[in-house]
Design a protein around this ligand. Structure first.
Ligand code: NAD
Length: 340
């Protein structure tokens, strides 16, 4: 199948070219994001392959469909950037990569915890400048601390297992609790207010949905233990950034480690080091000494890139050959009308 890729980087081209050796798709890589301005590049391509910051609203989907596109292949797990109802109305299939390496994201979340609780980012810079003083680097033991996991799916469970290995107590909150979480050591489910009130470290692993948008807001922050650590490797929209800034300023949030940012689409994945960043909120956030930001790299391991490319091309095969694709993303209406 002819596939137009958007938002591609060198590493995408490499992993997909390697995976395509086993397939026979015709891959064309475009660097720009998919937007109303760039959508015409996909004319004549029955498949488009997109990433998290590509726009797939009603208008873009309509243009894609008018120009012959039948399948949107997300090379991500999240699909909050796709208007699924519009795609269904246009008869377009949407497929995704539900799991590639949950370890990559969970391990990155743990990395952020360790950077913050031992202030490793500050220590690294100090030693490079021959400053060997310890003042300002005082940390705390993870052993014995309480970790709250919001969203105990594939990534949340692995994160919880790793934190249990450090000797942490585990609290979980999930709209759909599962036994795999409670099977871990002393892990137990609580409601959200109880998790917020008792966790020393809170890590977000739920998807971005209308029900989880700004799940961390003024009210949630007020319920947290003073000085708590907040980790977000999920989606920027889970957090009201303004509220978090107020929480950091008041000391209610003692540490923030985030791999995602609500307005990241205009910043992340690009080298902007010669540019004046105009997003004052982002600049303010990264000015605090107890904040560590990474630019949506939690997924970025060799293992994950290989798995993403393989699964995406298999998904495209399924659609091309008219088979049911296990990774198709359906609207609730489509799910309800599927025979059991
Ligand atoms: P998953 O579907 O396995 O788990 C998500 C969990 O969240 C499920 O247990 C679900 O029941 C729960 N949930 C749903 N609605 C909820 C609600 N309202 N409140 C609390 N919990 C709720 O997904 P996963 O593979 O573990 O991925 C989790 C998220 O991680 C993804 O949605 C994605 O946004 C993010 N992610 C980030 C990166 C990155 O590079 N930073 C990479 C992959 C995934």
């Amino acid at each position: 199948m002819k596939v137009a890729f958007f938002s591609t980087k060198r590493y995408d081209r490499q992993s997909f070219a390697e995976a395509n050796a086993e397939h026979d798709h015709e891959l064309t890589f475009f660097e720009p994001r998919l937007t109303p301005q760039t959508v015409s590049l996909a004319a004549g391509y029955p498949a488009v392959c997109v990433f998290i910051n590509d726009t797939l609203d009603k208008e873009v989907l309509k243009t894609l469909a008018d120009n012959g596109t039948q399948v949107v292949a997300l090379r991500s797990a999240g699909f909050n950037n796709v208007d699924l109802a519009a795609a269904a109305n246009l008869g377009m299939k949407v497929v995704r990569v539900p799991a590639y390496s949950p370890y990559a994201v969970a391990e990155h979340a743990v990395g952020l915890v360790l950077m913050l609780n031992r202030k490793l980012y500050r220590a690294y810079n100090r030693v490079r400048e021959d400053n060997f003083a310890l003042d300002g680097l005082l940390g705390f033991d993870l052993h014995g601390s309480t970790v709250g996991v919001i969203g105990t799916g594939k990534i949340g469970i692995i994160f919880a297992q790793i934190m249990q290995g450090f000797g942490c107590h585990l609290l979980g909150y999930d709209a759909f609790p599962n036994d795999r979480f409670t099977a871990i050591g002393d892990a137990r489910y609580v409601d959200l207010p109880e998790l917020l009130a008792n966790a020393d470290i809170i890590s977000l692993h739920c998807p971005l949905l209308p029900s989880t948008h700004h799940i961390i807001n003024d009210e949630a922050i007020a319920q947290m233990k003073p000085g708590a650590m907040l980790i977000n490797t999920s989606r920027g929209g889970l957090v009201n950034t303004r509220a978090v800034i107020d929480g950091i300023k008041s000391g209610q949030i003692g540490y923030l480690g985030t791999d995602v940012y609500e307005e990241e689409a205009d910043l992340f994945f690009e080298d902007l080091s010669d540019t004046v960043i105009k997003d004052d909120t982002f600049q303010l956030l990264q000015s605090y000494p107890n904040v560590v930001i990474t630019a949506h790299q939690a997924f970025f391991t060799q293992n994950a890139l290989q798995a993403i490319a393989q699964t995406t091309l298999n998904n495209i095969n399924d659609v091309e050959q008219g088979r049911d694709c296990p990774n198709e993303v359906k609207t609730e209406k489509q799910v309800a009308s599927t025979p059991a």
